[in-house]
Design a binder for this molecule. Structure first.
Ligand SMILES: Nc1ncnc2c1ncn2[C@@H]1O[C@H](COP(=O)(O)OP(=O)(O)OP(=O)(O)O)[C@@H](O)[C@H]1O
Length: 228
């Protein structure tokens, strides 16, 4: 599903964000990416949806060669992925329904599917009754739930999340993790960078720890491994 071979990333200013990284993530995995600030977690995540390219090495995501694909193929890569950020990134002038539907419009999904699928994912995240609200009328946790609905509405094989609970209080964070858990149980692969020690320690999922651009630990049922 995700195969990284000898991947390094050196930014233009010379910063080495990842140094000869090898990782295999299989269908249905739930993986936490942990590590100190600046360790390389976001770089790792960004390469999966080709926001950043490796400087060297090979990367296959969903069977696609991320390094050698043409620019015109990038939308096809991204169609198979749902991406979630710490700061939600909703469109402020669109309602909850429109924010989620927009992800279907972008891929030119048939209109008749739109109503059904948007309602279905709003049910998954428990926000069907807020479909007319604008993001500014929602709490942070609700906005993140809209972002999750948007990420999964096209039924991606992989959901990629960079610090999705970073702006949320512990209780709301657990509501969000509950949704990720259900999405994973339905078969979707989850790759999540996080600083949340309690969540990682409690969930006992696969943990990949990055330090200074190197993978220093990869455990099937791991803990956070650092002091919070
Ligand atoms: N666009 C960029 N240009 C130059 N250097 C960068 C860029 N993005 C990240 N870096 C550097 O690459 C290294 C890894 O950064 P990255 O953002 O991947 O770390 P991180 O583990 O996600 O950190 P955080 O937890 O603070 O988000 C750092 O040294 C950072 O300064």
């Amino acid at each position: 599903m995700i195969h990284m071979r000898d991947v390094s990333k050196i930014y233009e200013n010379g910063a080495v964000a990842l140094d000869h990284v090898n990782v295999d993530i299989e269908a249905g995995d739930f993986v936490f990416i942990v590590g100190a600030s600046g360790a390389g977690k976001s770089t790792f995540i960004k390469m999966l949806f080709r926001e950043e390219l490796p400087s060297s090495g090979s990367l296959f995501v969903n069977g696609r060669d991320v390094v050698h694909m043409k620019r015109s193929e990038v939308p096809y890569l991204r169609r198979g992925l749902g991406v979630i950020f710490q700061d939600y990134r909703l469109l402020p002038d669109k309602t909850v329904f429109e924010n989620v539907a927009f992800a279907m419009q972008v891929i030119e999904a048939p209109r008749r599917l739109m109503q059904r699928n948007v309602n279905a994912v709003l049910d998954v995240v428990g926000l069907r009754d807020k479909f007319r609200c604008f993001p500014s009328q929602l709490s942070g946790g609700e906005q993140q739930r809209v972002a999750i609905a948007r990420a999964i509405v096209n039924d991606p094989a992989i959901v990629i999340a960079d610090e999705p609970t970073g702006n949320l209080d512990p209780e709301t964070s657990w509501d969000i993790m509950d949704i990720f858990n259900r999405i994973n149980l339905a078969g979707t692969t989850i790759v999540m960078a996080t600083h949340d020690k309690t969540i990682v320690d409690t969930m006992q999922r696969r943990v990949i720890a990055i330090e200074d651009g190197h993978i220093v630990r990869d455990e099937a049922k791991g803990g956070y491994g650092y002091e919070a």
